[in-house]
Ligand binder design. Structure first.
Ligand SMILES: [Zn+2]
Length: 100
């Protein structure tokens, strides 16, 4: 994994940890059974981690589109050479689906 790819992962893990901790702190006064507290903390933490990961992918990714049809891909965390290879692969994909 390249160093630039660590930032989205670290951001998503951090967001998940912060939300999970906040959820645990919010629910602590209610004295919930351990399994219910763990379920709530894991659900909110995982959801926040997933959302943060998708937001960072949207902000850091690049989209390549076939010039002849509506096929497209989205890549993130790649260098210029690898991005160029993906552009060529998208432009030369085997089956073009013409828009209706
Ligand atoms: Zn195409």
């Amino acid at each position: 994994m390249k160093p630039r790819q660590y930032l989205p992962l670290a951001a998503s893990l951090g967001a998940g940890a912060v939300v999970a901790t906040a959820t645990a702190a919010d629910l602590a006064p209610y004295a919930l059974p351990g399994h219910l507290l763990a379920t709530c903390v894991m659900a909110t933490g995982a959801s926040s981690m997933w959302l943060a990961r998708h937001i960072t992918d949207l902000l850091t990714g690049a989209s390549d589109r076939c010039p002849e049809c509506d096929f497209s891909i989205k890549v993130s965390g790649v260098d210029a050479a690898e991005s160029r290879r993906w552009q060529e692969a998208v432009a030369d994909h085997p089956r073009h689906h013409l828009p209706h």
